[in-house]
Design a protein around this ligand. Structure first.
Ligand code: R1P
Length: 293
């Protein structure tokens, strides 16, 4: 059934006809989208573009649309966390799949390629600082996806159940879910320079990722349990805050998503990259080249 007459309170448009948070008009978005967390990273990507046709900025959402070696690409910052992914993914989808004038879902859908270039912490010693990790699978410990219907087809239930059993998961927390990367993008962006991994996405940087400064953790042993978890030869490799939500919403809305992680910390050895900017820049150049290959 086609969704019609979407109210002004639900599909919020500016007086210029732009989507509310991203402040973009449909014509300003390319079908290949790179997402970055940090608004400052948008320029680190678009400085490699041949031309920039659109710049937009509202709150933490900054966009540059242009071409790289002739291919039209938008780079959009999401800020930090799964809650922002909910906003960005719904608005990116609205830009291509909703007719803003009629406030009606379009009959012909557009599928975007959405690629995250983010930073992340490796969980085990093998995941070296400054390496490039592609999330083949993601375990979501956030709750964004649980507010949506029809997730049955996209969640890998047995994998999530094995994780729940292994970690003796606290039922007061959100129920973990497992989602896959888009196969075609995964193949296209992989090479001998990348490693594949299973990424944990959580809602916070400190407690939710097992970091203690002063506040103590509810489950002090969680990161050790993450390290020892294994399901059908998959081991958890890294922790960050966006990937699973991206994979979940991308699949639900019919877009292809992939998460590229610059590993800037190793939680097992307690080490941190000596030059995160150089590592992120190298991942940006690698990803742009792979997109146009
Ligand atoms: C935390 O510092 C942020 O860095 C990581 C996490 O996922 C979180 O968003 O990714 P980005 O560098 O892409 O923001």
């Amino acid at each position: 059934m086609k969704i019609e007459n979407i109210l002004a309170s639900e599909l919020i448009l500016t007086p210029e006809g732009k989507i509310y948070h991203l402040d973009l008009a449909p014509s300003q978005l390319a079908e290949t989208v790179i997402t970055v967390g940090d608004p400052g990273r948008v320029k680190m990507v678009s400085k490699y573009f041949d031309t920039i046709e659109t710049t937009a900025e509202h709150r933490e959402f900054k966009t540059h649309t242009g071409t790289y070696k002739g291919k039209r690409i938008s780079v959009v910052s999401t800020g930090i966390g799964p809650d922002n992914i909910d906003i960005v993914f719904n608005e990116l989808d609205a830009l291509v799949n909703i007719d803003f004038e009629k406030r009606t879902e379009k009959s012909k859908k557009t599928s975007l390629d959405i690629i995250r270039i983010g930073t992340s912490g490796g969980l085990t010693p093998e995941i070296e600082v400054d390496s490039f990790l592609i999330s083949k699978l993601a375990i979501g410990l956030d709750n964004v996806m649980h507010y949506y219907a029809k997730t049955d087809k996209i969640f890998i239930r047995e994998f999530a159940q094995a994780f729940i059993n292994h970690t003796d998961w606290n039922p007061d927390n959100s129920v973990p879910y497992v989602v896959k990367a888009d196969k075609t993008l995964l193949k296209k962006l992989s090479s001998e320079k990348t490693i594949e991994g299973c990424t944990i996405t959580n809602v916070g940087f400190y407690g939710p990722q097992g970091r203690v400064l002063r506040a103590q953790l509810q489950d002090q042993g969680l990161n050790e349990k993450l390290k020892s978890f294994e399901y059908k030869n998959h081991k958890i490799t890294n922790l960050e805050m966006e990937t699973a939500t991206m994979y979940g919403l991308g699949r639900l809305l019919g877009h292809s998503t992939l998460s590229m992680n610059a590993i800037i910390a190793n939680r097992a050895s307690g080490t941190f990259s000596k030059d995160t900017k150089a590592t992120v820049d190298a991942l940006i150049r690698y990803t742009l080249e792979k997109i146009v290959e």
